[in-house]
Design a protein around this ligand. Structure first.
Ligand code: AMP
Length: 277
């Protein structure tokens, strides 16, 4: 596995390479969700192609006061996991490689990024779009894999690729979960034992709502809220029914409706979602 830590080396590598490359952008602290993205990337790259993983804790996508400093950075374990998973290229830039102190250009998506996560985390998706654009330029992938756990991010990246004409296929990967239904996340390790025991309620509430047969947004959202409010450690940020492509609010279930939520357990903010039948 080739490891690259500077922009200069990335440019040199890409200039020499002729392979079909599939990129998996991450912030590290790799878990089974990331490994599934890597597996999907391998399938998409084919035997002769290459799988590139980027690990970069992107300061731009953390709001002030969020967990940027304490975000886990298990560099050696991540490197081993990538090597074991058959990754060909690990791009792990030093933080000062990616941003100049006087940087003044960003990529902003101005519609889908306004709602849900964007409302709770101002500037978050500007940081995501900017870093993903940089990674696309630096590593010149033919395709890139993103997880459906971050459904809004996936929708925004698709919009960005469409509107800015990136010749890159965006591949969606289904959410990988713990046996009790909690979506795998690097942030799960912040949860206390008690919070961890309560957190699977998010998935349970979404499934129950989906199976309840309710069609109105109001009833679905109420159902999910009531279930989650029964968990003493949970504090709901939002529960919403939206269109899964435009992320516009829906009054009732229509084809491709998405029920999405964000909930705090203590200081840890977890997200999950379900596409309704
Ligand atoms: P992160 O390192 O959290 O920024 O995530 C990197 C990529 O992995 C993103 O495309 C996420 O959507 C995806 N991802 C994170 N957790 C999961 C999961 N449990 N299942 C599937 N994909 C995931």
């Amino acid at each position: 596995m080739k490891i690259i830590e500077t922009v200069r080396d990335a440019h040199a590598y890409v200039a020499r390479s002729r392979s079909r490359r599939v990129l998996v952008p991450t912030m590290g602290a790799l878990h089974r969700g990331h490994l599934e993205l890597i597996r999907i990337a391998r399938e998409a790259a084919g035997a002769d192609g290459e799988v590139a993983v980027s690990i970069f804790v992107n300061p731009l996508q953390f709001e002030p006061g969020a967990d940027y400093e304490r975000y886990p950075r298990p560099q050696n374990v991540d490197e081993e996991l990538c090597a074991e998973a058959g990754v060909d290229l690990l791009f792990r830039p030093f933080p000062n490689e990616m941003y100049s102190d006087d940087r003044s250009v960003a990529v902003v998506e101005s519609s889908l990024a306004k709602v849900l996560e964007g409302e709770s985390r101002p500037g978050h998706f500007d940081g995501v779009c900017t870093v993903v654009t940089k990674l696309f330029h630096l590593l010149a992938p033919h395709a890139a894999v993103f997880g459906e756990k971050d459904f809004q991010q996936l929708a925004i990246i698709r919009r960005m690729v469409r509107d800015l004409n990136f010749a890159i296929d965006i591949i969606a990967a289904p959410t990988v979960r713990e046996p009790d239904g909690l979506a795998c996340s690097s942030r799960n390790q912040y949860l206390s034992d008690d919070e961890r025991r309560q957190a699977p309620i998010l998935r349970a509430a979404l499934i129950e709502a989906a199976q309840s047969g309710e069609r109105s947004a109001e009833a679905l959202v109420r159902h999910v809220r009531e279930r989650i409010e029964a968990a003493p450690a949970a504090r709901i940020d939002y529960v919403a029914l939206v269109d899964s492509e435009t992320l516009e609010p829906r009054d009732a279930v229509e084809p491709k409706s998405l029920l999405a939520l964000a909930v705090f357990f203590g200081k840890t903010r977890l997200i999950d979602n379900i596409i309704l039948p």
